[in-house]
Design a protein around this ligand. Structure first.
Ligand code: PLP
Length: 445
């Protein structure tokens, strides 16, 4: 009775019913009729790996500007926009049946597509709405209390700082902040590792770092830092082991990296920046040990709801599904995320990394040659990625941003207490655009 009532009501809306029904019943459901009435997205011309001009044409970005801040919030490329439209039409035509037919299946497909791009398995990936939501879930779920210490860095974004501050206030754990470098342009692997090792104490239970600093453009040597954490974990009992948590949003969509091989326990990232995913999407990957030491903050829907109703034991719900915040979402955006991962895989992760670093190097070399400019981002591609931070003598970062905007170039200033001007040369730029932006900076002398 209980099961039938669930399938007929809440379960239908949560998509668990589709999982529980025999396949034939699910296929013949009215929801599938609705789905089949939605026109399939028309196929793109296959995108040749490395054809950056063709890639740029997939974006509706205005040609009136040179866009050097596209990483802030994605413009939707055509394949993503088409998937959004497909799901939007289905939801608008028949929301109850469409969500019933698609929610659990699409959540799993979306997590699996993330795994194909980032590594690991979809069962370990929770879907979120932003980097901030991923970070807040990651830190809020930690099992820490009075006497425990969280080590973070002074280079982290507001969203890490405040998520940790809120967690500390709730739990009684304390926070220790460490500077891994003083001069970003001179950062070294050894310096970062030495400083992190010195900050860890027997009370440390969590280490939080940011892969690429949006304040300086420094890319931390996360793999080497993971070794430091691993050494500190030697001989610790499982419950005392330090969890290594990474805000990976910058770097994700640039670096040719299986993030599950970075050596971290948790990896949080928005997918509406470098990945070109739908606005309002993100991921949180955790390894099995990390998830097992976490507590969900927002109840999951789908399988977790089914567990609550007694349809399956809660330990049979994969962590990625259990930790994906429930409630209904802007599903047309979330379910279009696979199109963005597929686009990156079609371009080739190695090609993407090579291209962005090529344009970054062109930018950094140009800026470094100007006497009135101080470049803060390291020249080395091993220690930087995507973001190029600098200052122009006699001008505030915002004044530089405004001066370039007046010349048709959109850039940003870093939203930190110590702010810098920032270029983010991406797959959507050409060498000629970088030269034009550099010429305008040169003209500010
Ligand atoms: C390092 C870092 N973390 C987190 C965020 C927040 O990202 P979101 O807008 O996806 O929450 C940003 C924003 O750019 C960032 O630079």
């Amino acid at each position: 009775m209980r099961r039938r009532r669930f399938i007929g009501s809440a379960g239908a809306a949560l998509g668990v019913a589709a999982m529980a029904q025999p396949a034939a019943a699910a296929v013949n459901s009215p929801a599938d009729t609705t789905a089949s009435q939605v026109p399939a997205p028309s196929a793109d011309k296959p995108l040749a790996a490395g054809d950056w001009k063709a890639l740029r044409q997939l974006f509706p970005l205005t040609p009136d500007y040179i866009h050097l801040a596209t990483f802030l919030l994605a413009s939707h490329p055509a394949p993503v926009a088409r998937e959004i439209e497909k799901h939007r039409q289905g939801l608008d035509a028949n929301p109850a049946d469409y969500v019933h037919a698609h929610s659990l299946k699409m959540e799993m497909e979306t997590a699996d597509s993330a795994a194909r791009y980032m590594g690991g398995k979809g069962a370990n990936i929770a879907l979120t709405d932003s980097t901030t939501m991923s970070l807040a879930m990651m830190f809020s779920g930690l099992q820490v209390g009075p006497g425990d210490e969280i080590v973070q860095t002074v280079h982290d974004h507001y969203s890490t700082d405040m998520s940790l501050a809120h967690k500390a206030a709730r739990s009684g754990a304390s926070i220790r902040q460490v500077a891994l470098y003083d001069q970003p342009a001179e950062v070294s692997v050894e310096q970062c590792c030495t400083r992190l090792a010195a900050a860890i104490t027997p009370r440390t239970r969590v280490v939080a770092v940011t892969w690429v600093h949006s304040s300086t453009g420094v890319k931390l040597p996360v793999r080497a830092l993971a070794e430091v954490v691993s050494k500190a974990n030697d001989g610790r009992a499982e419950q005392d082991r330090i969890l290594f948590c990474v805000d990976g949003v910058h770097g994700f969509g640039i670096e040719d990296q299986d993030v599950t091989q970075l050596g971290c326990d948790f990896f949080a990232a928005g997918t509406h920046k470098w990945i070109f995913g739908p606005r309002g999407t993100g991921v949180l990957w955790g390894n099995d040990a990390a998830w097992s030491r976490s507590e969900p903050v927002i109840p999951g829907f789908g399988l977790s709801y089914g567990a609550w109703l007694g349809m399956l034991p809660v330990d049979k719900v994969p962590p990625g599904r259990h930790f994906t915040p429930g409630g209904f979402h802007s599903f047309e955006h979330r379910w279009a995320l696979p199109a963005a991962f597929d686009l990156h895989l079609a371009l080739g992760k190695a090609n993407v990394q090579q291209r962005i670093h090529q344009l970054n190097t062109q930018t950094k070399e140009g800026l470094a040659s100007m006497a009135h400019v101080t470049l803060h981002t390291p020249m080395s591609s091993a220690l930087s990625s995507g973001l190029v931070c600098f200052d122009v003598d006699g001008r505030t970062p915002d004044a530089v941003v405004q001066a370039l905007h007046a010349k048709g170039i959109i850039m940003s200033s870093t939203p930190y207490r110590q702010s810098h001007a920032r270029f983010a040369p991406s797959l959507l730029n050409t060498e000629q655009e970088i030269d034009r932006a550099l010429a305008e900076i040169r003209a500010l002398a």
